[in-house]
Design a protein around this ligand. Structure first.
Ligand code: DQA
Length: 145
């Protein structure tokens, strides 16, 4: 399965960004960890991070023939990007929304996701394991496990 892993704004600073909330691992380390998990074996990953809404949308569009599944941490866009939500709905690729932190237990503005409704699942609060759980949900949905 070809899997597109998208990370939104400020996640390029993981490792030093609010480590008490997001941990001390860099995004590169998390990506490598995900790719090295037994569940990832036999699958092809493409990792993309951007601080720009339009670039995330362009990537969803340009990889729409390639990707069989998307794991997305939309970061702050989670809470207000109808454009990313529409892009996911437009391409119709099974998508799982993931978060390092538990957004349901944080500030009120983080509790609501405008992306969730167009995803096959939402995983939060497990740190980097949220990405692995997201992968498992995609594989399950694709009938691969
Ligand atoms: C986040 C949660 C968002 O509210 C926040 O804006 C982020 C990261 C998470 O992974 O916990 O940038 O998506």
């Amino acid at each position: 399965m070809n899997i597109l892993v998208i990370n939104g704004p400020n996640l390029n600073l993981l490792g030093t960004r609010e480590p008490d909330t997001y941990g001390r691992e860099t995004l590169e380390e998390i990506n490598q960890w995900l790719e090295s998990q037994p569940e990832a074996k036999g699958h092809i990953f493409k990792f993309f991070q951007s601080n720009h809404e339009g670039e995330i949308i362009d990537t969803i569009h340009s990889d729409r023939e390639w990707a069989a599944g998307i794991i997305i941490n939309p970061a702050a866009f989670t809470h207000y990007s109808y454009a990313i939500r529409d892009a996911i709905a437009a391409v119709g690729i099974p998508t799982v929304e993931v978060h390092l932190s538990d957004i349901s237990k944080r500030e009120d503005f983080r509790k609501h996701s405008v992306i969730e409704a167009v995803c096959i699942g939402q995983v939060m609060g497990l740190g980097k394991r949220s990405y692995l759980e997201g992968l498992k949900r995609l594989l399950r949905a694709g009938g691969e496990v």
